[in-house]
Write a protein that binds this ligand. Structure first.
Ligand SMILES: NC(=O)c1ccc[n+]([C@@H]2O[C@H](COP(=O)([O-])OP(=O)(O)OC[C@H]3O[C@@H](n4cnc5c(N)ncnc54)[C@H](OP(=O)(O)O)[C@@H]3O)[C@@H](O)[C@H]2O)c1
Length: 434
């Protein structure tokens, strides 16, 4: 099963490579200037010096992204931290938004609660939330990891990101990566997994043992979050309906969606209204979705609408921390009360939350063949600006991954050659069977 699973994920990985076919080149980085120095004490050897990374020194469009080899290697500053050598990173819409300054005020407060640093203290800022890599060092209190362990993680937005050779995180934020995935495949999952789990469990009241036969609608099913959430909910036994564009119907069906509606053909709301009502609507599209989606929920039976598209950070950016938070809080409260009183349905916002133990559970599902990575495009570490451009165009079909370490470059070249005869139909068929 494991090897069949690995083959399947390899096929999925390569299916979407066409947009970045030119990027499958070994990263020609000049020698890394990180050196291992042995302490005189009995503590383990510590990495010191500089590393390469993509940073921004100001907010703006793609031109602010800057490659540098002058970033200090992040040190282990607490007993529970692990240092990870990054092998692959995936990008999320949040990276593009943060490049432009989205959430800057609230994230700055999280990084510097007492405001003791100067105005531009977040720079040079490293973007990139997902990573797959290898532990190279551990704090003295780390119990779950040791140097050499292959791990994956979603880096919280208030921490320095993963578009760098090394990242330091607390062990709570990290998890052992699924054995059947390459680093490139593994990097596509953590942030969307942590977000989906946090939103579906805390907001949607769903879990492995309570989802059987629950009817769930996912809007935006073809993107990073959607392609993961479909598989998670199917693994939990839910009945999953998805909205997506016509050319993504085969993909989401291949991932297990029971009902798929093409929102570009006809009135999708009308079609949804004719269906049996839902226990949970998981909204990854936002906009006016909440205006019609509330009416699709089963009334007076604990049904929930959970949206990932919230005004919180936009409000704090434009109105300031206090007014922005108050405004967002009032808007949430009034919508929640109104919907509860009028039709007995819950209105909620979902957010990413760092959670290594949750990733442990996802890892088991991946190793059991129940969740496949969906990698649409790959870029080398020298092509990070192109990867951002790809993301900015929208219409994602799964995830965009950046290869950071050379080992995975070689592996990718082999995978691409092996799978050159694969067709979309055979991949979707394999996904259905696994
Ligand atoms: N609150 C949080 O903590 C949090 C965390 C993660 C993500 N998010 C947000 O959640 C949203 C989804 O994230 P993501 O990573 O999945 O984004 P993504 O990878 O960019 O995917 C979005 C998907 O939605 C599809 N889409 C666009 N308009 C649609 C519509 N009207 N109906 C159905 N599908 C539509 C897009 O394809 P087509 O345009 O081709 O249809 C695309 O496949 C984003 O807005 C993101 O910022 C929030």
């Amino acid at each position: 099963m494991a090897s069949a699973r690995a083959m399947t994920s390899t096929r999925l990985l390569c299916l979407f490579n066409t947009t970045a076919a030119g990027s499958i080149k070994t990263l020609a980085r000049t020698g890394c200037r990180v050196c291992l120095t042995r302490n005189m004490s009995s503590s383990p050897p510590r990495l010191q010096g500089c590393m390469s990374a993509w940073t921004i020194d100001q907010y703006g469009s793609n031109g602010v992204l800057k490659y540098t080899e002058e970033i200090t290697v992040p040190t282990i500053s607490s007993a529970t931290e692990v240092m990870i050598k990054v092998h692959a990173v995936s990008l999320n819409p949040l990276d593009v938004a943060m490049r432009g300054g989205y959430g800057a005020k609230l994230l700055k407060l999280r990084r510097d609660p007492l405001s003791v640093m100067d105005n531009d203290s977040e720079f040079p800022l490293i973007l990139g939330r997902d990573l797959s890599g290898v532990v190279v060092d551990c704090g003295s209190g780390v119990t779950h990891f040791a140097p050499g362990d292959e791990v994956w993680a979603a880096v919280p937005p208030w921490k320095q990101g993963s578009l760098a050779e090394y990242v330091t995180l607390t062990e709570y934020e990290v998890s052992h990566k699924p054995k059947v995935l390459s680093h490139i495949e593994a990097a596509s999952i953590p942030y969307v997994a942590n977000t989906s789990l946090s939103a579906l469990v805390n907001g949607g009241g769903l879990c492995r043992d309570s989802s059987s036969n629950k009817r769930v609608l996912i809007t935006g099913g073809s993107g990073g979050v959607g392609t993961f959430a479909i598989q998670l909910l199917k693994a939990w036994g839910a009945h999953v309906t998805v909205t997506c564009s016509q050319n993504a119907v085969g993909l989401v069906r291949g991932l297990g969606a029971d009902e798929v509606l093409d929102y570009t053909a006809g009135d999708v709301v009308e079609q949804l209204e004719m269906m049996e009502k839902f226990d949970v609507v998981f909204d990854g599209v936002g906009g006016d979705t909440e205006e019609w989606a509330m009416g699709l929920l089963k009334p007076w039976s604990g049904a929930k609408y959970v949206t990932l598209v919230t005004p919180l950070l936009l409000n704090t950016d434009s109105m300031g921390l206090l007014d922005g938070t108050l405004n967002a809080g009032c808007s949430l409260q009034s919508k929640a009360i109104q919907n509860l009183l009028s039709s007995g349905v819950f209105y909620r916002w979902g957010f990413y939350a760092p959670d290594g133990p949750a990733l442990d559970e996802v890892s088991k599902l991946v190793d059991a063949g129940k969740i496949l990575p969906v990698v649409e495009a790959q870029f080398s570490f020298t092509q990070v600006p192109q990867a951002f451009q790809k993301l900015e165009k929208g219409h994602a079909r799964g995830k965009t991954v950046v290869r950071v370490a050379e080992e995975d470059d070689r592996q990718t070249e082999e995978l691409v050659q092996d799978s050159s005869t694969e067709t979309a139909e055979s991949v979707q068929e394999t996904a259905k069977q696994s």
